[in-house]
Ligand binder design. Sequence first.
Ligand code: TTP
Ligand code: MG
Length: 482
Amino acid sequence: MILHLDMDAFFASVEQRDNPDLEGKPIVVSGHSMRSVVSTASYEARQYGIHSAMPIFQARQKCPHLIIVPGSRHKYQADSKAIMSILKEFSPHVEQVSIDEAYMDISGTRTLFGSPENLAGRIKDNIWDTLSLSCSIGIAPVKFLAKIASDMNKPDGLTLISPSEMDEVIRQLPIEKVPGVGKQAMKQMASLHVRTLADLRHFDVRLLTQKFGKMGTRLSQLAIGMDDSPVETTSVRKSISSESTLERDISSYDDSKKIILDHCQQVGQDLRRRFWVCRHVSIKIKFSDFTQITRGRKTKGWISSSRAIFHEAMHLYDGLVIKKKIRLIGVGVSDFQGREAPVQLSLLPDPEENSEKKWQTVDNAVDSVWKKFGSHLVQKASLRQGGSAMENHTAVKITIQGRVQGVCFRASTRQRALEHRLKGYVQNLFDGSVEALFQGPKADVDAMLIWCRQGPPGARVDQVTPAAVAVNPMLLDFTIRY
Ligand code: TTP
Ligand code: MG
């Protein structure tokens, strides 16, 4: 089984933790300039439709009392490092994929830490106790579903997709939620009438590969739940590369340069996402007659910026004597080591970075974030309920006494609450009772209370004590708390 952890509203949560005045308020973390964009928005700010990569002026329009906090990269990096160290206490098989996100192979952990849910609960508790930050965890038999699962019950979620549930999840999974499916791919998906990942099962793998390249092949596998990508710790992965067979053979120097730049950006992004630096760059050129050459060189120091990789790649390319047309170009990097302090997509401008060129880098990062996160974030924002939609809502906290602490009780309570589209949580208390909070339209909350009094088969409910509480717009899901 694979576990995926993602911190909740990471930068914003760190700021709210460190400054009690910000707690419970709509805040965004962002750079100082007029051209700045939102790095992250607190869950309170997301209620107003504010999301990452949104220009600050637009965020202000959506929420005039929005608090804008200048980011402090070093602080987030320190927390990120601490989170990763906590994870490594549970297993050495940890792959950090961004500043607040990591995969963990938990196949061999049962003897030490019990069930996957138990392990995840302990990780969540440990991070909360040490850093006062909440995270969401997804567990699934394969990597891509673990990531999907961690997003299902954010914030403070814990979601397990068991092997028997995989098929149903894939049937329901909107195709835009699949990692790697960006805006461009979505246009083609729409023309193929593909809505969910399972819809891809109707298409031949050759057609998908023709339409989407390598990703098409991968998608046809994901559609049947196959994803053999392993959790890669720094020592496992030997190289990262990006290459493309060109639509037509080319001979122009400028065309080659553009394609090399594109590959360097891909490779650089992948490298930085993993918080690695490299010391070797190579290029691969295949000619129209299918002969091929590769050239590589060791760099002077450790590098990770796309520009430095491009510089090296062009140096190699310029050393070639090319007499034939080119049909394939590739760029690769290897010889890795983890970087001391991880740096996320540079959306928070570094104080020293003022030149126009550096801003260009920031803009490119924003573009790439849009490409990668755009549709997903937009959808997320539109799913959030605005103030008016919550006017008729009510919230009730209940304590249930009896023989109620089984996993089944909590799971079926959640199931029933989701059927009523209620927000809230259910949680075992130390005294043997269960606490639950239901929030949503009054009629649904009432129906839920009646259901709780009866309890699911196997449970024995002795007493239900309800208390009205304030509606909390922060609640976006119904979760099982640990
Ligand atoms: P995410 O995990 O994508 O977002 P998040 O942790 O803020 O919120 P969620 O609860 O939905 O996971 O990104 C982690 C951090 O990376 C985020 O706090 C800030 C930074 N980041 C940017 O700087 N720019 C971006 O566009 C995104 C998406 C994230
Ligand atoms: Mg996060």
